[in-house]
Design a protein around this ligand. Structure first.
Ligand SMILES: [Zn+2]
Length: 340
């Protein structure tokens, strides 16, 4: 993701685009305006086999199903035909991996790295390693587009409406599949090139937040440990509550995909250039609520594309594999430690 609060400071060198697990306005920009290109994004496509010998095998957890608060307003239109969700067969715990961004929302961009592409490639690495360890994995998107098809084409909603539908689809997918955990993968971007490192977010206002925090801590500590053991020096930015990740006009917004049901008013949709009808507003309806994820969740920010040293690691196949191993170890150790 990138950080809205610093957008006014965007200037030379590094270009950032908003988004991630949340809504945010985005400046118009294109990758062609980037400079300098210190790394080649061709490295993002490489994906050799790995040997995740230390990754624990499957444990199925039993966490009491949370209840979704009744917000008293209608909910978002369902952007997915959930009857078409195919859950991988087997007995392993089901892990939903969410490669952040997609479609025209490309995430942070710098040094030849495009976050949405990097996130997807990382998601595939994590999927491969988790599957090898016996887990079942669902990715929320499989290509450069959004999680829900048909919203990027000509005549289809773009911008705010498309992003909200996209994020809701990722949540709906995880809920419909009965996932044990929801893990969103991102890399950070900031106009300050000195900012670097790895951080993992969770939401502290959910019925299962204790588990989300443990999941986030497990991912964070295992990513740092795996990178360190592999000879890479990365900054440990810690595990963070996302409750006030984005503050706008005195109001805090947690990450959309981790937080509680979010009420959105018609005025807000219109102000942000969205289409209320696309999001499920009926005539005369003033607000709708999102459907929240119903399982422990975390969002990992794997290094900064905007930091030259981090960007080199993100363009390095072996470093990317170490990052993926860390994520997988974090997930699998969390699942293994929960009561059956
Ligand atoms: Zn992101």
């Amino acid at each position: 993701m990138s950080r809205r609060a610093l957008w006014p400071l965007l200037a030379v060198g590094v270009l950032l685009i908003a988004g991630s697990g949340d809504q945010a306005p985005r400046p118009s920009a294109s990758a062609s305006s980037l400079s300098p290109a210190l790394v080649a994004d061709s490295a993002l496509t490489a994906s050799p086999a790995a040997s995740p010998s230390a990754i624990p095998t499957v444990a199925v957890i039993a966490i009491a199903p949370p209840t979704t608060p009744n917000t008293g307003v209608a909910t978002f239109a369902a952007p997915l035909d959930l009857s078409r969700v195919v859950v991988p067969p087997g007995n392993g715990a089901l892990v939903v991996i969410d490669p952040g961004h997609g479609g025209d929302e490309i995430g942070a961009v710098a040094y030849g790295l495009v976050e949405k592409d990097s996130n997807l490639e990382m998601g595939r690495r994590v999927e491969r390693l988790l599957t090898q360890a016996g887990y079942r994995v669902l990715l929320t998107r499989h290509d450069a587009g959004r999680a829900v098809g048909g919203v990027d084409g000509a005549g289809q909603p773009q911008g705010f409406s498309a992003q909200r539908r996209d994020l809701q689809a990722r949540i709906d997918l995880a809920n419909a599949a009965g996932a044990a955990v929801f893990v969103s993968l991102h890399s950070n971007g900031l106009n300050d090139p000195s900012a670097s490192g790895v951080e993992t977010y969770y939401n502290a206002a959910r019925p299962f937040s204790t588990y989300s925090r443990l999941l986030a801590q497990s991912i964070q500590s295992n990513v740092i440990a795996e990178m360190t053991h592999s000879g890479y020096r990365v900054r440990d930015r810690g595990t963070l509550d996302d409750a006030c990740l984005r503050a706008f006009q005195g109001v805090c917004f947690p990450l959309f995909v981790l937080g509680p049901p979010r009420v959105t008013t018609r005025d807000e949709v219109l102000r942000r250039g969205g289409d209320p009808a696309t999001l499920g507003f009926e005539a005369g309806q003033d607000a709708i609520a999102s459907r929240a994820t119903q399982m422990p969740g975390a969002l990992a920010e794997l290094l900064f594309v905007s930091n030259p040293d981090d960007a080199r690691l993100l363009a390095d196949d072996a470093a990317r594999e170490a990052l993926a191993r860390g994520v997988v170890l974090g997930i699998s150790r969390f699942l293994a430690e929960q009561p059956r």
